[in-house]
Each structure stands twice: as C-alpha cells, then as structure tokens.
Design a protein around this ligand. Structure first.
Ligand code: ADP
Length: 595
C-alpha cells in the first residue's frame, strides 16, 4: 500500500507496470535480487520506491555521470532527497553530499563503482548502516556479459563489507550464464532472479542487405522528419559523414562519438535530449544511460557485435511504449570487420571463441526467414507468437534452392586454393579479368565466369548467406580468406542441399512507421495543443537547464492534450503529474491547454 501511495503521490503515476510491484515487494521483504527487465520497463522505480520506504540510506551504483545527473534532476524535480557524488562535482560538493547522506538528509546516493569502492569513500561510509545497494547495469560485472567493466568487479566485496545490506542488481541484458555469473560475483547465494519478458511489442524489426545505404536510409526516414532517432555507425568518421549526408537531405542530424571534444559531445547530446526531430548519428559510445523516452527509431548502418548489443541498442527506441521502427543494414564487409575486431581483441582464446559464437547467433538472426521477434527472443529463452510487425512477417521471404549456385561458389574457392577473400572469388565467378586474376591464372579455372548471369550484389548477399549458414568461414588469420567447412564440402559433393533467401536488391522493404498521429488517434485540435505544450516544455527546459523529459514525458503531454484538464485537481489525474510537478508547472500548462 505504501509503495502504491508513493507511486501515486510522489511519482504521479497511476499504476505499476508489469513486474514493478513484485520486485518492490521482494526488496521490501529484504530479499537480494537480480532483476532482468527490458529497457524502458521502469527499473529505476523498482529501487527508488523501496529506498524511500527504508529507514536508512540506499546507494545506487551507476556507471555514467550523465545518467546520474539526469536521474538526480528528475528525482529532485519531484521532491525526492537524492544526490550524487562524482569527479565532475569537485571535492567540496562531494563532501557536503556525503555528510548529508550520513546524517539522513539524503535517502538515495548515486555513485560510480570506482568511486564507491575507493578506500576514501569506503572509509567515509564505514560508520553508517546502509539498507540497500542498487546496482544498475549489473551485467557489467560479468566477463560473460557484453560490456564487462573491470571497475564493476570490485563490487563483489560489497557483500562482505556490508553483510546486512540488500544487494539488488538491475540489467536489461543478460543471458542465462551471465545472470548466474552476476549472482555469483555479487556473492549472495540467496539472490532471487527475476526475469521480466524481453518482448517489446511496440518495436518493429527489419534487417536488410546493405547495397546502397544512402538510398536505404533515406527510404527508411521517409515520414519520420519530425521524429527523434538514433543511427548507429561503426566508426567515428562514418558518424560525421552520415550526419553531413542527412543534413543535406533535410534530416536534421548531429554526430556523436568518443573522439569529439567533451563540450561538443555534451552539447550534441543535450540537443538530442531536448529538441524534437533530431537524429543522432553515433558510435556505440552513445546510448548507455540515455533516458529519452520518445526515440521513434533506431537504425544500424553496420553489424552490432552481438544479439545482446543489438537488443540493447534497438531497445533505446520507443521507451514510452508507442510504435517505433528499427532497421539493421549489413553487408559482407561488416562481417569481415567484425571478425577482424574479434581476432585483434587480446590473446584469450576462450574469449574469442565466445565472441565468435555471439556473432554467429546474430548472423543467424539476420538471415532468419521466419518472424524476427520469435528468433530474437528465442535467444533469450523466451517463446512468443509471430509479431506480424517485422519485415519477415509482413513480407515473408521467398526461399529458393541454391544448391547449384552454392556449388559454383564453393568450387571457385576450392579451385583457387581457399586462400582468397570474397572479392576475388566473386571476380572469378563474374569472369572479371583483373590483374590479380591474370597473375594467378584464375581465368583458366573451370569456374571462371560461371556466375556471370548474376551481379556483384547478388553474389555478396549469397556468400553472406553461405557464411551465416556455416558452410563457409572467414579465416581472419589468413587475411580474411574464405574456407569451406565440413557442411560446405557436403554441398560441394552434392550430398546436401542449400536453400537461400531470395536476394532483393530493389528498394528497401522495411515496414513503415505508423505515423504517430494515427497511432495516437489525435484530432487536429489535440495536435495543436500538443505542439504548444511541447514548445512550453522546451522553453522551461531551456530556462532551467534541465532535460525536457524531466519536466514532463511525451506520454503525459499527449494525455494532457486529449483529456484537457480544466483544474489543478483534474491535472493531478494525468499520468506523470505528482504533487511536486503540479505545484511547479500545473498552472502554466493549464493556461496553455485552455487558451
Ligand atoms: P529502464 O531503466 O527500465 O530502462 P526507466 O526506469 O528509465 O526504465 O523508466 C522508463 C520510463 O518509464 C521513465 O520515463 C519512467 O518515469 C517511466 N515509468 C516507470 N514506471 C512507470 C509507471 N509505473 N507508470 C508510468 N510510467 C512509468
């Protein structure tokens, strides 16, 4: 009951989302937990509400300064006594904050793992009882996970230093072994693992062969000009190039990558967070801790490192629950590049094996001819019905017998000694008399020119499918040459068939985003009000230097524009309006609504 009251009266939300109440109750009953919930499920509330009920303090471990700052702003905005300690704030402020935590003025203290586990902080905190440690992005503690951070490893000492405190881990991405590893590292044997379904029904999924990314991305962006979105690129330079290209085509966009000067990066992030219709073109450096709920699309211009990474990145779209589109474009070169990354990443063979396996799973997902949602969630051990919303459900791919074509490729590889990359093999198939072909006498092999009925794009896609199906491997140690596997030999010897997905080289097949207006069913009047409310929100956010979503979320504004409250009392019923925000912003928003 108390938890629900806090949800209503402090956070201003009407009801719990799925899983939240259960987790809160587990924590109130002093259980150690590991909660795995999809992005946008509302993990923060799960520890913030118990933290407000507990007598003593709660420490939240969070990896990123920007994330901490946003969370604290949002909490202060609703009158919750929370603060953070980090290096950007200076010793004096940090000291003051820790004193406030010690004497109970602050109930929730946010810290980075390295800061918390430093001797200095541990000594400062040594005399205080702490009720709970909430560990955000808990997968960073596991080497099995996708983004291991050595600083997180130190957290395994917490259970010894604070045997009476609850340890609650939260993550959006952890497969079974990673979950078990996290629990082991957090060293609480009695930890209860809570896994909330991974399904995000509002996300549409699409994967396409990359043949002309410029055309493909422009097609994807049609009807999305007023929406915010993220486009992920592999390199820093690519983010700059893509951003310039999009701006030229009237899509307002800004680049973001770790090589930018700090102030520029911060400014770009702020523009994206606060303004409407901005596309951020970023490397994977962007995202962790991005709290923008109304991201309407995420596109990848190259292959992510794994399904976990992909799921986390697309998960940044549609956190408000409204429809959002995703598109992954990938080509043969991306695949080579990924394998190369893995090969050059240290000496640990087990690690490389694991990363290669992860990449294989992602490829299998990319090439699946069946429902993508099904395939994606199966990876996380979850069964769902067909989504009817992905490219494969909307446009089921045609499967064709490709045994003969596969034999042509395999034979060209075999006859040229299995020491050449895809480009050279395709030149053999097409009958191109390149310098290298002539030099190696490959114009004399039997397969020379045998595939000239098809174009280069076709062969790239076809070879990619052979690799994804495990009939060919890329040997990175031998400069990325293609080699035939056991199953590949079976096809070559005519003992196995090979079916392939028809290769479309036409324009994009990606499903189109239902325009928000239609999805929300707003009438013209409501749209006008909504636009004024968004402008008001932007003004307030600029005046007070706070992110727009900290003032009100999009969902709250949409509700205001449709319900059109007439009094403060009616305003309080809007989801996301609690007493604190009502007092601060209620009157001015009411004026705009009823103008
Ligand atoms: P996560 O950390 O799981 O990705 P957040 O905690 O950032 O998600 O929550 C996502 C958004 O959902 C936030 O804007 C949050 O305020 C909102 N939210 C959380 N719980 C509820 C709820 N019960 N009702 C309405 N909105 C909620």
């Amino acid at each position: 009951m108390q938890a629900l009251q806090i949800l209503n009266n402090v956070f201003g939300y009407n009801s719990f989302r799925s899983g939240q109440e259960e987790i809160i109750n587990m924590l109130l009953n002093k259980n150690n937990i590991l909660a795995v919930m999809p992005t946008g499920a509302g993990k923060s509330l799960c520890y913030q509400i118990p933290a407000l009920i507990f007598k003593r303090g709660t420490i939240v471990v969070s990896p990123l300064v920007a994330l901490m700052d946003d969370q604290i702003l949002a909490l202060k905005e609703i009158g919750v006594s929370a603060d953070r300690i980090h290096s950007h704030r200076g010793d004096k402020l940090n000291k003051e904050t820790i004193n406030n935590f010690k004497n109970g003025k602050i109930k929730i203290l946010y810290l980075s793992p390295e800061n918390l586990m430093s001797d200095k902080t541990l000594t400062e905190l040594s005399n205080i009882d702490i009720d709970m440690f909430a560990i955000d992005e808990a997968h960073c503690i596991s080497k099995w996970g996708v983004s291991f951070r050595p600083q997180y490893e130190q957290l395994s000492k917490l259970s010894t230093i604070y045997p009476n405190a609850i340890i609650a881990g939260f993550t959006a991405t952890a497969d079974k072994i990673t979950r078990e590893d996290i629990v082991k590292k957090l060293n609480k044997n009695d930890t209860k693992i809570f896994v909330q379904g991974f399904d995000r029904p509002n996300l549409s999924l699409a994967v396409e062969q990359k043949d002309n990314w410029k055309k493909q991305i422009l097609f994807f962006l049609e009807n999305k000009s007023k929406e915010s979105g993220i486009i992920y690129c592999l390199s820093r330079k690519q983010t700059e190039d893509v951003s310039i290209f999009l701006n030229k085509h009237n899509h307002r966009s800004i680049p973001y990558h770790a090589g930018q000067e700090g102030t520029i990066r911060k400014k770009n992030q702020e523009i994206f967070m606060n303004e409407e219709g901005v596309i951020i073109v970023a490397t994977i450096a962007f995202g962790m801790g991005i709290d923008k709920a109304n991201v309407r699309f995420v596109a990848h211009l190259s292959l992510p490192s794994s399904i976990e990474a992909y799921y986390q990145e697309i998960g940044r779209a549609g956190r408000d629950g409204h429809p959002a589109d995703t598109l992954l474009l990938y080509g043969l070169n991306d695949l080579f590049q990924r394998r190369r990354f893995i090969e050059s990443d240290g000496e640990n063979i087990q690690h490389k094996l694991r990363e290669n396996k992860r990449l294989d799973s992602l490829l299998a997902y990319c090439e699946t001819p069946t429902c993508r949602k099904k395939s994606l969630l199966a990876y996380f051990d979850e069964k769902v019905k067909e989504c009817k919303n992905c490219d494969n459900c909307i446009n089921p791919p045609k499967m064709l017998d490709g045994t003969k074509l596969a034999q042509m490729v395999l034979s060209a590889i075999y006859r040229s000694g299995q020491i050449f990359g895809a480009q050279h093999i395709i030149n053999i198939l097409l009958g191109n008399k390149t310098e290298k072909i002539l030099q190696k006498n490959h114009d004399k092999v039997k397969t020379f020119g045998i595939g000239s009925d098809y174009k280069i794009d076709f062969w790239q896609g076809f070879i990619r499918q052979l690799i994804s199906a495990g009939h060919l491997i890329i040997n990175i140690k031998k400069f990325g040459c293609l080699q035939i596997t056991e199953s590949g030999y079976q096809i070559l010897k005519d003992k196995e068939y090979f079916n392939y997905k028809k290769i479309e080289t036409k324009k994009s097949q990606a499903p189109k985003l239902k325009i928000m207006k239609e999805a929300l069913n707003l009438d013209a009047n409501s749209i006008e009000i909504l636009s004024s409310l968004k402008q008001l929100r932007l003004n307030i956010s600029k005046e007070n230097s706070i992110p727009a979503f900290v003032v009100f979320s999009d969902s709250s504004l949409v509700e205001m524009a449709t319900v059109r409250p007439k009094s403060l009392q009616e305003m309080l019923k809007i989801n996301g309006v609690g007493p604190s925000k009502l007092k601060k912003y209620g009157p001015i928003f009411l004026t705009v609504i009823n103008k």
